[in-house]
Ligand binder design. Sequence first.
Ligand code: AMP
Ligand code: TRP
Length: 329
Amino acid sequence: MTTAAKAPIRAYSGIQPSGAPHLGNDLGAIRNYVALQERYESIYCIVDYHALTSVHDGDRLRRQTREMAAALIALGLDPNKCTLFVQSHRPEVLELAWILMTVTPVSWVERTPTYKEKKLTQPDDVNHGLLTYPILQAADILLPKASVVPVGKDQAAHLELSREIARAFNHKFGETFPEPQAVFTEAPVVLGTDGEKKMSKSINNTIDILSDAETIKKQVMSAVTDVKRPLKSDPGHPEACNVCQLHKLVNPDYKELWESERNATTGCADLKRALAERLTAHYAPARERYQELLAVPHEIDSILGDGAQRLLPLVTETMHEVRERVGLA
Ligand code: AMP
Ligand code: TRP
């Protein structure tokens, strides 16, 4: 690993194997994973244990885990610069999660916004894993003693809980874990094509960056734009238009487009076409790499296997220390 010149800080993030990532994942989190691998020792994990709280289909989980690995590499993670692994390949995390559960009051997890949300979105499957989910997330981060965690804003409450859990453990058993800090990109919440809610696969408002040009175009053209501009001849309000906001995030020349929106030289459909073209062109190399990687699953598996192996000494050291502190060794 090329860690010699990096700051002595460890970054960690986890992502669920929920199929190929969307624009919100990339702008809100993955682009920071890629940036941080240059600066810190960085560990990225495909969290298949977490996914089991919603996916009960072995073949699908296996396929989506590989797809996420291929997508992360295609979007810029370099296995020579960071460690990429699958959560269940280092099952030590479950032992740490159990130990952390014993220092976490039930009230802390019951008040987690994502748990409340899941109770509404999957009311027929409010399994216990959903409640314990953020404690496993804390274990993910604390096992390698990471202190920097690149995530989107929706993970802020989980990160706060991870800090509280680290503090609770340290208070009972002595200083063991650093308190992890969330780091955000300049787009911590990317809105979906509905222009209202966070972009998310579960509400079908995504722009699927690794899809073909036609799919991207269809998704972008369906986007809600400036609702205060009923006619093309009316002046536009780029600050209030989600498509203009997306241009700002992916287009260095966005100011010109905003201006032509303001003075009604371009219409919303023109802006959407331009966005679709830009996204298609920008993600074309990643899309190609993604397809190439999917065609060689053994290579993906080998990268993931190496990642888990590389983590063994670090994980063994933390677990040895934790067991000793709590009295299991
Ligand atoms: P998920 O697909 O929910 O596992 O999310 C993976 C990462 O992407 C997490 O760090 C999320 O916080 C981030 N993320 C997901 N959706 C968005 C969004 N719409 N805007 C910004 N970040 C997001
Ligand atoms: N809960 C995160 C999500 O849904 C995924 C995750 C699991 C995670 N473990 C993590 C993120 C550790 C950061 C750090 O997106």
